[in-house]
Design a protein around this ligand. Sequence first.
Ligand SMILES: [Zn+2]
Length: 268
Amino acid sequence: MITLETKKGTRIEVIDLCNFLLDGGTMFGRIPKVMWEKWFPSDRRNRILMATNIIRIFHNDGKVYQVDAGLGSLYTDKERDILGIGESKPERKSVDDLILTHLHFDHCGGISDLNVRRKVVVSKKEWEDAREVTVLTKGSYRKKDLELIEKKLKLVEPPIEIAPGIEIIPTPGHTRGHTSVLVDDEVFFAGDLIPTYAHVHLPCIMAYDLYPLEVLEVKQDILKRARAKGWKVIFEHDPYEPVKEAGDLDIEKLKKHRLSAVQGYQYN
Ligand SMILES: [Zn+2]
């Protein structure tokens, strides 16, 4: 766990709930393996290690806001093998509000292990698209997650500040209704807009992204704002470098730091 504190005194915990494995090719889209494997070593099945970093925000209103919920524990043996996850015995945590960047199972499946006291906050567009799947999206949305979310659902149309200093920002492209979260204009939780530090390199766009040109445009804009404002950026799927300072958000810094960060990782 990494703990951050904003200048206003808001405490943010960055927690990797569970690691899993995904095909490296789909995570890097058009980037050839000779390039991405330096940043993400792969296993025999071409899979790379993924984190599910979520954040818990301890607000000075006394409430705890969580952003995203990780994979959760509702998987078949076949799914566990494909995703490289073992049996888990989750502890049931309580939070006041859960904010979801989008509704893909690796971001919201953990709702089954969470006690949400108030609302589950989701963008209206994302909710609509999750309920009307297409050939390309049906593998990412699960009915069982949506049923749990629906019980506490609060639909919003970002940009919106849901509590003082907690802003939900539209960052479309991965999905039409994808959002990110900015805390105290200082800490930016990117969701799947920039899933790992390696994706700071602009051409790294996932094959999962439904609107790649929109990802490129939004990512460029967000990185520009992050550097100008001095934001820290949190990468939801990066197991090696989950948090980076504004000054590190460019390809030259990435090349300089990345190799030493991933060195020594051994797959089972
Ligand atoms: Zn996603």
